[in-house]
Design a protein around this ligand. Structure first.
Ligand SMILES: [Fe+2]
Ligand SMILES: [Fe+2]
Length: 368
């Protein structure tokens, strides 16, 4: 029997804390077991001063989280779950069914991913405000017309999900045992036909609901886009954390970043259930990844394959997030999202503002 399990079986968590049984020797074990340790917990402090670089990184992340919340809200309106947490839209049953053909819980995951992004944006802005730094708002850029299908709230959007060129190279990147984007390596997409042209990930109007194979291709596009977005967040947070100075800000990045990875891993798994098919209207083709014999493509190989982290350790591959290079990470994220078509139709002012935030974040230096 696991020693912690036997300990927990004998001592309830509450009595352990009340009785002060969490001595120094047990604190590490308590943390590993996910148990609270009052001796170690420190709340955020008001007198904690941020560097200019910390502020720039937080402001950039707040902007990206607002954009994430905007795109996820569109998915939730049409294919997720509307409830007291997320009230916008009324859903499209046929689109929801097409998404849930990958996994019966897709709508729940879409809802929860959306909820998480709103919480990321809100928290980062609340934290900035607590430091007397202006909150980030993109409201003046909320001018894009989203889906006009029945079920959409039809409110104005910041992001465009209807002309996407989805980069699915993360699929092969996380399966490679010899290559690393931080060492300059490039990776082929898992779905080559998503890498060219413009594809909608949501029904644009009610006309997109038929034929069924057309609607399934739209849902499949969404499912790959989910992974593309969340793997980006999985890299962005550690990349930027490398240039944070204040340990409280570091804690924020280290606590939010892995939730992006939790999202990514779910989507990575679910999108492996896409059935090979071709969109009868656009010709968009989804290959048979489930039955692939190629280890760079096979759907169930979702755990990050150990790969080369550093040329100094060519014979010691390690399972890691990739990339985590910090130089230019913020602008790299903006460029990747732009290349995917997420901001198609946005104003020059929008791009100027976002690029300004990114370049300020990329100028941040670790000052310790
Ligand atoms: Fe997020
Ligand atoms: Fe995210």
């Amino acid at each position: 029997m696991n020693i912690m399990k036997s300990f927990v079986a004998l001592t309830s968590r509450r009595s352990m804390l009340r009785g002060g049984l969490v001595g120094p020797g047990l604190m590490g074990a308590a943390l590993l077991a996910g148990m609270p340790s009052t001796s170690l917990a420190r709340d955020f402090r008001d007198d904690n001063e941020l560097t200019e670089g910390d502020v720039a990184i937080l402001r950039f992340l707040a902007a990206l989280e607002i954009l994430e919340a905007d795109l996820w809200e569109q998915y939730n309106e049409l294919g997720g779950i509307r409830d007291s947490e997320l009230t916008s839209g009324t859903g499209i049953q046929a689109y929801t069914n097409a998404l849930n053909s990958l996994d019966g819980d897709m709508s729940q995951y879409i809802h929860d991913n959306t909820d998480d992004e709103f919480s990321h944006a809100s928290f980062l802005n609340a934290y900035l405000q607590s430091k007397n730094v202006p909150q980030v708002s993109l409201e003046k850029f909320r001018n894009l017309e989203g889906s006009q299908a029945t079920g959409s709230s039809r409110k104005r959007r910041l992001t465009n999900l209807m002309q996407l060129t989805v980069d699915t190279s993360w699929w092969t990147r996380y399966r490679s045992s010899t290559l690393n984007p931080d060492l300059g390596d490039v990776f082929p997409p898992a779905v080559p036909s998503l890498a060219t042209g413009e594809h909608t990930a949501i029904p644009r109007t009610d006309a997109d609901l038929k034929p069924q194979s057309r609607l399934q291709a739209i849902a499949n596009t969404a499912a790959f886009h989910f992974g593309t977005i969340e793997q980006g967040g999985s890299s962005l947070y550690p990349s930027l954390a490398l240039r944070v100075s204040n340990v409280e800000v570091l804690r924020i990045l280290l606590a939010i970043g892995p939730t992006e990875t939790m999202h990514f891993q779910v989507w990575h798994d679910k999108v492996g259930n896409v059935v090979p098919m071709t969109d009868p209207v656009t010709g968009l083709t989804f290959p048979d990844l489930a039955n692939s014999t190629d280890e760079n493509l096979k759907a169930n190989l979702i755990m990050p394959e150990p790969t080369i982290f550093s040329r100094k350790f060519p014979n010691t591959p390690v399972s890691i997030i990739r990339p985590t290079e910090t130089r230019g990470a913020a602008m790299g994220a903006v460029n990747a999202l732009t290349a995917d078509g997420l901001f198609k139709g946005q104003s020059l002012d929008f791009f100027a503002f976002l690029q300004q935030l990114a370049s300020e974040a990329d100028e941040a230096q670790r000052e310790i």
